[in-house]
Design a binder for this molecule. Structure first.
Ligand code: CUA
Length: 309
């Protein structure tokens, strides 16, 4: 799910072809050079060689130089062709904006119609066989988005908008990772990637656009009240409730995600409760503070958050 040698998209396939070509050119060349070196040792003469004195050496050297120049030209050309593929114009893309934050990813699905825009976190869903045009921003330091199965790395730089295009060709669950050292939790800054059929992607999108359902059990209902009445709501948004903070990840459909805290933990009741009770224990340095909660409040809030499918 995270290998540049198992491409699942057009751009990563173009990069992999260059990689293959380099391997198949450079390995035989390395062997050839070592063979020539071995031969020279084996057949050395006490007086040494001179190019003038042995025509075979002059011919051999010339052949080697021509071969090297030719192969380097092939590698340069293939690299150029791959680069053109990575930056080819696309039509009818899915428009996404990813904003890197210490240490998680905000993912916004853009649309000319504002009612069709929504925000999620740490999960990128894309339809297969359709290009995605992803705007890259950061709200703090330099990060780098790397989803090896779909494309190479692209930096997210303060004050400078970048764009990357990915055209997935194979459905499946993949993984991306921040590839630029960005502080204490750089290693725990992962991005889940899900490539779906067009139908499944549209269904996911429609679901994400909906507000969170009002909980039906008394504990979850109490949890909703506790969440919106405490500091939780200052940082997190849950659409359809009074929680509207934008500092932390949008939690409207938290329970539909596979992981917690940018891939740091699998998402279930236990990890969620442990994360809320003491975020620093799981991700030292994280900007998520400890909110003073009674044990009953914590249990209710976990009940509530797990209803946010
Ligand atoms: Cu973000 Cu490393």
């Amino acid at each position: 799910m995270q290998s540049a040698l198992a491409p699942a998209g057009d751009q990563s396939a173009a990069i992999e072809r260059v990689w293959d070509l380099m391997l198949w050119i450079c390995v035989p060349m390395y062997v050839l050079v070592l063979l020539a070196l071995g031969l020279a040792f084996w057949r050395r003469r006490p007086g040494g060689y001179t190019v003038e004195g042995d025509r075979r050496i002059a011919v051999g050297l010339t052949a080697f130089v021509v071969l090297i120049a030719g192969l380097l030209t092939v590698l340069t050309a293939s690299s150029y062709v791959a680069d053109r593929r990575l930056h080819a114009p696309v039509t009818d893309p899915v428009n996404v904006r990813i904003t890197a934050k210490q240490w998680w990813w905000q993912v916004e699905y853009l649309d000319a119609d504002p009612s069709k825009q929504f925000t999620t976190a740490n999960e990128l869903h894309l339809p297969v066989d359709r290009p995605a045009r992803i705007e890259l921003r950061t709200s703090d330091v330099i990060h780098s988005l790397w989803i090896p199965v779909l494309n190479g790395k692209e930096d997210l730089i303060p004050g400078h908008d970048n764009t990357i295009v990915m055209t997935p060709r194979r459905t499946g669950a993949y993984r991306g990772q921040c590839a630029e050292f960005c502080g204490l939790q750089h290693a725990k800054m992962a991005l889940e990637v899900q490539v779906d059929s067009a139908g499944a992607f549209d269904a996911w999108k429609a679901h994400q656009l909906a507000s969170a359902p009002t909980p039906s059990t008394p504990t979850a209902l109490a949890g909703m009240h506790d969440f919106t009445a405490t500091a939780c709501a200052m940082c997190h948004t849950i659409a359809g409730t009074d929680a509207g903070g934008i500092t932390g990840p949008n939690l409207t459909h938290l329970a539909s995600r596979r992981t917690l805290a940018a891939g740091a933990l699998p998402l279930n009741r236990g990890t969620l409760a442990a994360w809320i009770a003491d975020p620093q224990a799981h991700k030292p340095g994280t900007n998520m503070p400890v909110v003073a909660l009674q044990p009953r409040q914590l249990a209710n809030i976990v009940d509530y958050l797990m209803t946010l499918q």
